[in-house]
Design a protein around this ligand. Structure first.
Ligand code: HAM
Length: 417
């Protein structure tokens, strides 16, 4: 949890520096929204949607069900919100970030969960068309991972060009892959008919070999799109971001045009990306909004933490103080002191059991408390506590006469630094 918190705190700080606003969208929405945005033939929509059986009776008495889905990603919902609020007329560029759970019907395994968490950004608006914005968004993604402490990762970039260019590459892929259908895995044989782009990110080694063999260049890309891509790379160079060009990187969701990118952690072995994104210049209009360009990315928090190799570290923050009450009356007084310390922002705890000094000290040691406040008959009588510093072993008497805890609080605060 502390790693988790660190990642989120760091992300919020960096997003604020970049002038991004936080947004929360619902955990479930109309299934149609996701199907239309990611594409009905995408693997997520075909195989991984978790649909809800909402029951709605139409006027004719028919029952419609399964119209809602747990959100598999954040982009579609942000675009819906953008359209509903007509933000294209209010802002030149709208910059959002979100942190939250996403859901995909997968077979759960390491790095592949049914409920996982994304940190994502979406930049949308009439002013979001410059290739340097692509570079900035990619640099932000890289900067985030670096700030989390991830060292070994690789950024791959590619361009899909315009919608027309995408049509060209689809044709080219079909021409080259159809004759090899029989050599492809059964999934890819199905993908050729459904969505040939998906063959390019098949994890099967022999399919990858075939894809490599077709030598995808950029012949299908028009000059303007090539010039755009060159400028994106120029921007990345200017920002000192290292990347590798990968013409076979197409991404699994239909809404992308022009720039696409993926970041993989080298320690993760498989091809599972830690983070991914790209430009989606036509999604807003496809979902009923204005024709405005957009770009974004999302990183998986669990995969990032896995790639950091820190998932096994148990980082707990021990309490500042632990209270030991040696008899019933001291226990009661200790219970009061506990609540006062907590209200003064001194993290503290006690064992809810009156037992021997030795056994309670053992408990204090186990939770790693910096100080132990010991209270017994003698202390009650003298209106004081025995304060033991667990680091040095020193023990001293501190007055709490007339319920004045200032001296005790001061000493505990000093030890907080
Ligand atoms: P995506 O590639 O589907 O893109 O997911 C982004 C990231 O979410 C992945 O790189 C991975 O870290 C994490 N992720 C996805 N599925 C799982 C899973 N089953 N278990 C654990 N982690 C997972 C998108 O979602 C796009 N919306 C990104 C985007 C934003 N493009 C433009 N704007």
């Amino acid at each position: 949890m502390s790693l988790w918190q660190d990642v989120q705190d760091t992300a919020r700080q960096i997003f604020t520096n970049y002038n991004y606003k936080e947004i929360q969208t619902p955990a479930f929405e109309e299934m149609e929204l996701f199907a239309r945005s990611m594409g009905k033939t995408s693997d997520v929509v075909q195989k991984q949607m978790l649909n809800l059986q909402s029951q709605k009776k139409s006027d004719a008495g028919d029952i419609h069900s399964g119209e809602l889905s747990l959100r598999p990603e954040g982009t579609a919902s942000v675009v819906r919100m953008y359209i509903e609020n007509a933000l294209d007329r209010k802002e030149n560029i709208s910059k959002f970030f979100y942190i939250g759970p996403m859901f995909r019907g997968e077979r759960p395994q390491k790095g592949r969960l049914r409920q996982f968490h994304q940190i994502g950004v979406e930049v949308i608006g009439p002013g979001a068309s410059h290739p340097y914005l692509d570079a900035e968004v990619i640099a932000l993604n890289v900067g985030l991972l670096k700030a989390f402490g991830l060292k070994d990762f690789e950024l791959k970039i590619n361009t899909l060009g315009t919608l027309d260019n995408k049509g060209n590459i689809r044709e080219l892929l079909l021409n080259k892959l159809k004759p090899k259908t029989k050599e492809l895995c059964s999934d890819c044989q199905d993908r050729i008919g459904r969505n040939v782009f998906r063959v390019l990110d098949c994890k099967n080694k022999s399919c990858q070999k075939i894809v490599k063999g077709i030598g995808l260049g950029y012949d299908w890309l028009d000059d303007e799109s090539m010039a755009y891509f060159v400028q994106v790379k120029e921007g990345l160079d200017a920002l000192g971001v290292k990347y590798k060009e990968d013409p076979s990187l197409v991404r699994g969701l239909d809404y992308y045009t022009h720039t696409v990118f993926e970041i993989t952690g080298s320690s993760m072995g498989s091809q599972d990306a830690v983070s991914a994104g790209g430009r989606y210049d036509h999604l807003v209009s496809q979902l009923g909004g204005a024709e405005v360009p957009a770009i974004g990315f999302a990183l998986g928090i669990e995969r990032t933490i896995l790639a950091m190799g820190k998932s096994q570290e148990l980082a707990v923050t021990p309490p500042d103080a632990y209270i030991v009450g040696l008899d019933d009356l001291s226990f009661k007084k200790g219970f009061e002191v506990l609540s006062i310390l907590r209200s003064m922002d001194i993290s503290s705890d006690m064992s809810f059991r009156v037992s021997s000094m030795k056994s309670q000290m053992r408990l204090a040691d186990k939770v790693g408390a910096r100080s132990v406040i010991i209270m017994g008959e003698l202390e009650l009588e003298k209106e004081c506590v025995a304060l033991k510093d667990m680091e040095t072993g020193d023990q001293e008497e501190v007055s709490i006469k007339n319920n004045d805890y200032a001296g005790l609080v001061d000493k505990l605060r000093e030890r907080q630094q």
